[in-house]
Design a protein around this ligand. Structure first.
Ligand code: ATP
Length: 240
């Protein structure tokens, strides 16, 4: 059974429908990329999955539970963690304070929260060195690490990431993607929204292409990287 199964998902803003009944699946231990041009509806999809936008129709099954329409904190407690676009850290707070805020659902369990924060410093040694530094003064790559670590504090089954490579140098993107692969290898399901199709298709297992609120293509990352339509629209026309 898939970890995440989305069917017939419709979401809109006011009178405008943005997602026209999309479907997608993510299994445990799989990186699934959601590609698409600006305004296709990628961020809207992730926000709907995590309960941040109301769902007009459709099912969002997390394992065997329909989470469509549940409030965001309940969805997080059920194991879906969201790393939002542009990271959205608390800039005037330290790295460690940001991580503590990620553990809001277990704030009564201080020892457990401490254990999980320490685990994040093992995954991201750079953050251990900078635990007292204010998040707003970190480099873009370090901020992305904090955003991912903050989401991981709840030990999710499914991690959804909204453009983690945005504004980062290629080497930094590579190190973030290495972490994402490691999480996949530990059995987490990953749904990755990216504009950086070339690098994303190298680490993804499967991918969907969203255009104007509908799924245009889906397949293995390998097949999509070879697809002429993907190459001309997202890979600059060159072979991947
Ligand atoms: P990008 O790659 O540019 O981030 P995207 O694929 O993530 O694009 P969305 O941000 O989901 O696309 O936007 C899809 C459509 O919904 C766009 O036409 C956008 O203008 C519209 N939209 C997004 N958020 C809102 C909002 N809060 N109110 C009204 N319209 C919105």
């Amino acid at each position: 059974m898939s970890l995440l199964t989305v069917e017939g998902l419709r979401v809109g803003y006011g009178k405008v429908e943005v997602l026209h009944g999309i479907g997608l699946r993510v299994a445990a231990g799989e990186i699934v990329a959601l590609l698409g041009s600006n305004g296709a509806g990628k961020t809207t999809t992730l926000r709907a999955l995590s309960g941040l936008e109301p769902v007009r129709a459709g099912h969002i099954m997390l394992s065997d539970q329909n989470i469509a329409g549940l409030p965001a904190h309940q969805i997080a407690a059920l194991g879906l963690a969201h790393v939002p676009e542009r990271r959205r850290l608390f800039a005037p707070l330290s790295v460690e304070e940001n991580l503590k805020l990620g553990g809001y659902l277990i704030r009564g369990q201080q020892a457990e929260l401490k254990r999980r924060i320490e685990a994040m410093y093992v995954l991201f040694p750079r953050l251990l060195e900078r635990r007292q530094q204010l998040a707003g003064t970190l480099s873009g790559g370090e901020q992305q690490m904090v955003a991912i670590a903050r989401a991981l504090i709840l030990e999710p089954r499914l991690l959804v990431l909204d453009e983690p490579s945005m504004g980062l140098a290629p080497l930094v993107v590579r190190s973030i993607f290495t972490i994402v692969q490691r999480l996949r290898d530990q059995g987490m399901g990953i749904l990755l929204v990216e504009q950086n199709a070339r690098q994303t298709l190298k680490i993804a297992d499967r991918a969907y292409v969203l255009e104007s609120g509908s799924i245009l293509l889906e397949g293995s990352a390998e097949d999509l990287a070879r697809d002429a339509r993907v190459q001309s629209a997202y890979l600059g026309g060159a072979a991947a």
